[in-house]
Each structure stands twice: as C-alpha cells, then as structure tokens.
Design a protein around this ligand. Structure first.
Ligand code: SAM
Length: 245
C-alpha cells in the first residue's frame, strides 16, 4: 500500500480510538497546572507550545511554503524563531527566498526584543507592538500581507472568545487558499471549568467557542481534523483551520 495512504488510514483510525483519545485528554488535563508547555525552547528561545503542535507547524510550513507567516502573541519569541527557521530551511530547498514572519504583541518586553533581534533568524522577523485587534495594527499587518502569494496565520495572543473572534475577522481573510489559520488554545474548552482561575478565559469563553461561532459564517474554511487526529496531544483541537476557497 502507498505509505501516505497507510499513514492517513492509521491517523483516521486513531481519531476513532476512544481509549487512545481518553489517554491523550487525561495527559492534556494533567499537564496544564504544572505548566508543561512552558519548558521548551526553539533554537535557544523559550517557546510556549506542546512539541506535537511544533511538529504540526513544521509540516504546515514545509507543505504550504508561505512567503509570509503572521503570528499574534510573541512572548519570548520562540514561535517566531520556529517559523523563521522553517522559512530559512524552505529557502534552501527551493521555497521563497525572502519569506518573512510578522509578529504582533501588545507588549514586547525589552529583553525579549533584544534577544529576538540578536538571533541568527532575525533577518526574517518583523514585529509590531500593539493589540492585535487595534485598527492601526490590523492596517499595518494587512499592508504587509498585500501581494503575498502564500500566507499562514497563527493566533496565540489573548484567548477570550471576543478577542479571537475579532482576530479571525481581521486576519483569516489574509490566508491564501490551501493554507492555514491556526487558532491555539482551543483546548481550554475541553478542560475542567476551574483550570484557568487567574485568566479572563475558561469554559464557554475561549478560542474554540470563537472558532465554532465564526466557522458557521465562513464556509471558505474547514477544520482539518486529520491534524488533531494525528497529534492527539494538542492545544488546538478544532483549531487547525484550512482555507479551502
Ligand atoms: C501564550 S503567549 C504567546 C506564546 C508564543 N506564541 C509562543 O509560542 O511562544 C501570549 C502572548 O499574547 C500577548 N497578548 C495578550 N493580549 C494581546 C493582544 N491584545 N494583542 C496582542 N498580543 C497580546 C501576551 O503579551 C503574550 O506575550
């Protein structure tokens, strides 16, 4: 059998495997409080992600070969560096030479900015400080995306329903057909109600509720379930959105 088909069949089967999915869910549930996702780095910069989602990003960036990746939520910069390093590798393998990452964060701390700007991947990175849903920021990002052939969007900033809905309205239209808008932390909806006591988001008010509300009016997108069925452990169930029209 064709290897790709074999993998897809296995992924589909795993997506229907209740005990396996329950084990993954139990791990997700237990790993939030000990802050499992805060322990990793990419090329020296801390990245707040689960390794499975990092691998999914690698697969998406290699497959789509974007000339622009837009990310909301920079923190220490690890995810910007991950994206930039993949664009660098793509460029050495026939991908776009001048591909760029554009990061947006409401507060880029001085030590993080200095470390990102001093990083070997810095030439591929631009940053905007401001709220991702502020109209002047949206205008700047939209201008930067103008004329780009293949655009990926990653949303990982404020995780309230209202904020993510506004981000989807602003940034999802910039994604090229066949590419992805990834909405991180949709998993908040699947966690017990008291999992984020010091945050404005939680069950009923989070990226997944925003995705489900938004998708109803946006048939140009669909959830790529093959990614979550493959990862099983992911912060983005129903958050890997593929633009199909
Ligand atoms: C979860 S962290 C991002 C992690 C990063 N993407 C990574 O993978 O390492 C969330 C970030 O969103 C930023 N943020 C919060 N509200 C925001 C807003 N309204 N606009 C843009 N960024 C915001 C925070 O300052 C914080 O740095």
């Amino acid at each position: 059998m064709d290897f790709k088909k074999e993998v897809q069949d296995r992924v589909d089967e795993n997506g229907r495997n209740a005990p396996l999915k329950a084990a993954a869910h139990a791990f997700m549930k237990e790993s939030v409080a000990p802050k499992y996702s805060y322990n990793f780095s990419w090329m020296g910069r801390p990245i707040i992600q689960y390794p499975q989602d990092m691998v999914a990003m690698q697969e998406i960036i290699w497959t789509v070969k974007p000339d622009l990746i837009i990310e909301t939520g920079i923190a220490h910069g690890g995810s910007l560096i991950l994206s930039a390093s993949m664009l660098e590798l793509n460029a050495t393998c026939g991908g776009p030479e001048e591909a760029q990452v554009l990061g947006v964060d409401v507060e880029i701390r001085a030590h993080n900015r200095t470390a990102i700007e001093a990083h070997p991947m810095a030439r591929r990175i631009a940053m905007i400080e401001g709220s991702s849903i502020a109209s002047d920021v949206i205008t700047q990002v939209t201008q930067k995306a103008h004329g780009k052939a293949r655009v990926v969007v990653l949303l990982d900033s404020n995780h309230t329903h209202a904020h993510v809905l506004a981000e989807l309205n602003a940034y999802a239209p910039l994604v090229s057909v066949g590419s992805y808008c990834v909405v991180f932390d949709t998993v908040i909806e699947d966690m017990p109600a008291n999992s984020y006591p010091d945050r404005p988001w939680g069950k009923g008010n989070n990226p997944k509720t925003a995705v489900h509300a938004w998708l109803g009016e946006h048939p140009e997108y669909e959830i790529d379930r093959s990614i979550q069925d493959k990862l099983l452990i992911t912060v983005a169930p129903d958050g890997y959105l593929k633009r199909i029209h």
